[in-house]
Design a protein around this ligand. Structure first.
Ligand code: ADP
Ligand code: MG
Length: 390
């Protein structure tokens, strides 16, 4: 069954109710930023590849007001309150969730903007740790809030890069640009094609109401992710060094095949994923631009198989969810999405079958694993923005 997506007004009302409860008054600036799901182009954002994410109808909303002090006080659900001294340079704290915010504050400070004292409450409909980039949503929501509080506007790219740097330096995650770009640049009815070599986004229309995107969160997260991510990055760096080209964008499948022996099995398979996935993403963009979806299912299936077998970032639960989706009426294609080792799958589906597909995914996955997944449908949503300001 498909879960409802809370509207922005529902999330805003909840954030303001929290503000009243904890800090005595509703916020004067309210900002929102969405999570994202990647349709295709996985684990190639750090390989100069193309990625094709969209902002989803799941948001982090932050409501804030100035407090005439040099402290920021923030609350989010059940998390301990974060209290941040704004008068001294930002550094990493033991309270993990506050680090994303400290990183964004540091980014503004580096641009010469002091952040005035404020109180804020955060409400989210982006599942945390579900591969839907709640971390990028949090960073982009905070950066957008600061724009509102300061009465300035950074360029969207500048804001996304600032958010990415916060994730690198304060969360210790050396991510590519996809998550923050999708959350910042997202638009209704548009996919965000990102050329990760030039860091240029290009909007690709996804306006056909007959198509829907189903996100299925397996609700598992395997602990391999930290070392696993570093190993994949290193393998791709080794691969391109052996090929002897400057960028994966200039590499071909033939280059990889020619160097198989020199690479060894593991680097060879990682490299084969990179060149294959770059090509599949280009082909998928053509499908979306021309409306010819005859090969999209195959592209998504090949992407999943490559991530499972060559890049080895899938897991049993992701494989199961994709397998359940693959044969169903109305499904065009399905694959794991995001970093892997758990998290979510993305399924492209005819809208008229979405409810039924959601129900089958839910019931069969739960019956096999005993885990209740979180499943919802989404259209491409509006990126980070100020909801209101008074
Ligand atoms: P993902 O980005 O895939 O959701 P990450 O591990 O990168 O997963 O980010 C999740 C972390 O981001 C959480 O552990 C928490 O520290 C922070 N976070 C996400 N959403 C919220 C929220 N609503 N409130 C506070 N912190 C959050
Ligand atoms: Mg994240």
């Amino acid at each position: 069954m498909l879960q409802e997506n809370d509207s922005l007004s529902t999330l805003t009302a909840a954030a303001n109710a929290d503000m009243l409860h904890h800090y005595g008054a509703a916020g004067t600036v309210i900002a929102a930023a969405p999570g994202r799901v990647n349709l295709i182009g996985e684990h190639i954002d750090y390989c100069d590849g193309f990625v094709l994410p969209l902002a989803i109808e799941r948001y982090i909303v932050v409501s804030a007001k100035l407090n005439n002090s040099t402290e920021a006080r923030l609350r989010s659900g059940d998390q301990p309150e974060a209290v941040i001294d704004l008068s001294s340079p930002q550094s990493i704290s033991d309270l993990k969730w506050s680090n994303y915010i400290r990183g964004v504050i540091k980014g503004f400070n580096d641009l010469g903007h002091e952040i005035p004292g404020f109180d804020a409450c955060i409400v989210s409909s982006v599942p945390s740790g579900g591969g839907l980039s709640s971390s990028a949503a949090l960073e982009c929501a905070m950066a957008t809030l600061f724009e509102g509080l300061l009465g300035i506007e950074l360029g969207i790219r500048e804001k996304a890069l600032l958010a990415q740097k916060a994730e690198h330096d304060f969360a210790g995650v050396p991510c590519g640009i996809m998550d923050q770009f999708a959350s910042a640049f997202g638009e209704q009815d548009q996919l965000v094609l990102i050329d990760c070599r030039s860091s240029e986004p290009e909007m690709v229309p996804f306006s056909n109401p007959d198509l829907s995107i189903i996100v299925a969160n397996t609700c598992v997260s395997h602990d391999l992710s930290d070392g696993g991510y570093a190993e994949r990055r290193k393998a791709t760096e080794d691969g391109i060094a052996i090929i002897g080209k400057e960028s994966w964008r200039d590499a071909t499948l033939e280059d990889v095949l020619t160097k198989e022996a020199e690479m060894g099995d593991r680097v060879f398979r990682r490299s084969r994923h990179v060149v294959g996935e770059i090509q599949r993403t280009k082909d998928a963009v053509t499908a979306f631009k021309t409306g010819d979806f005859s090969n999209i299912g195959q592209l998504m299936a090949d992407s999943h198989a490559s991530l499972r077998d060559d890049f080895e970032v899938s897991c049993e639960e992701l494989d199961l969810m994709v397998e359940i989706a693959s044969g169903l009426e109305g499904v065009l294609g399905a694959r794991m999405t995001g970093g892997g080792f758990g998290g979510s799958t993305v399924t492209l589906c005819e809208t008229k079958h979405a409810e039924e597909v959601g129900k089958i995914l839910h019931d069969r996955y739960e019956a096999k694993t005993g885990i209740t997944p979180v499943i919802f449908a989404t259209r491409p949503a509006k990126g980070a923005h100020v909801i209101s300001q008074s």
